[in-house]
Design a protein around this ligand. Sequence first.
Ligand SMILES: Cc1cc2nc3c(=O)[nH]c(=O)nc-3n(C[C@H](O)[C@H](O)[C@H](O)COP(=O)(O)OP(=O)(O)OC[C@H]3O[C@@H](n4cnc5c(N)ncnc54)[C@H](O)[C@@H]3O)c2cc1C
Length: 313
Amino acid sequence: MTPAPTLHAASATFPPGPHAPLLPMAVPAGPRPALSFEFFPPRTEALDAQLWACIARLAPLAPRFVSVTYGAGGSTQARTLAVIRRLLAETGLTPAVHLTCVGASRGEIDDLARQYWDLGVRHIVALRGDMPGGEPYMPHPQGYAYAADLVEGLRRIGKFDISVAAYPEVHPAAVSAEADLDNLKRKLDAGADRAITQYFFDADTYLRFLDRTASAGITAPIVPGILPVSNYAQAVKFSAACGATVPAWLGRLFEGLDDDAETRRTIGSYVAAQQVRALQAAGVDEFHFYTLNRPEMVYATAHILGVRPVARA
Ligand SMILES: Cc1cc2nc3c(=O)[nH]c(=O)nc-3n(C[C@H](O)[C@H](O)[C@H](O)COP(=O)(O)OP(=O)(O)OC[C@H]3O[C@@H](n4cnc5c(N)ncnc54)[C@H](O)[C@@H]3O)c2cc1C
């Protein structure tokens, strides 16, 4: 059999470093990876329809859980709750709710967590959150100051499964990479079960981060957050705020396609597929997808990972 060609040809299009073999893989895919999907609560009826169509498309892939984000300053609290209620009522999916420390007292956050517990939600993504309008972060005077404090509070409320955030490229407000790693360890030591990473585009960035977490004695799973991109300009804008590096080659792949969403999605799926294949080849078997409530690229990427729809009993 002719071995698959590799991507490391001295091309200006791709950065140096190790790369996965071109698709299809020379080695057949291993066991089915565990997936989770992240959605945001919609603001309009049209976006609501888009969200539920997305959920209907991705649900047969049997994700381990699906998570629903929580807006800056708690601004989506009611909408987040509405999506979670409907997930519980109308789907067999396991929901995870995002909770942040911003703009609420400990009592208010605890009440909300208890409300979710009473609804049957057992998984919380515990976050500090960001201030609305991009203001510098200020803890609420009676609130949980940081995510580690929130994790501790949640542990007192119920036996939640708790995920926290991790930053392969360091959180933008961290004083140093080491301090950020210490913070991640504090969150896990406070009782979090796993971390989900901010998205990244270079598989090596994540793999090097895993090395650092292992050296720091972290043994909890660090699940890579995958963002399939079809809108380069939007990705650049968003990434500037959250500290993720967007490689120049990604921009070149989207050149001239501003009015061609279909081709952009095809390219986005290809890029995400290469990224997850590189991770899979390194032994990663869990992936968290930032869906942006659009299923196409996530579905294609999951398919390439070897995930197929599961028939419901
Ligand atoms: C998987 C994932 C999901 C997300 N979902 C949401 C969402 O639904 N809603 C939303 O608003 N945002 C969300 N975010 C964004 C997140 O809220 C921001 O990145 C936020 O700026 C940091 O949140 P954190 O939980 O990582 O904070 P923390 O872990 O508390 O850390 C924040 C910063 O503070 C520093 N720090 C921690 N403790 C201390 C201390 N005691 N003293 C000084 N500095 C300290 C840390 O090093 C870090 O730089 C998500 C991010 C990820 C990766």
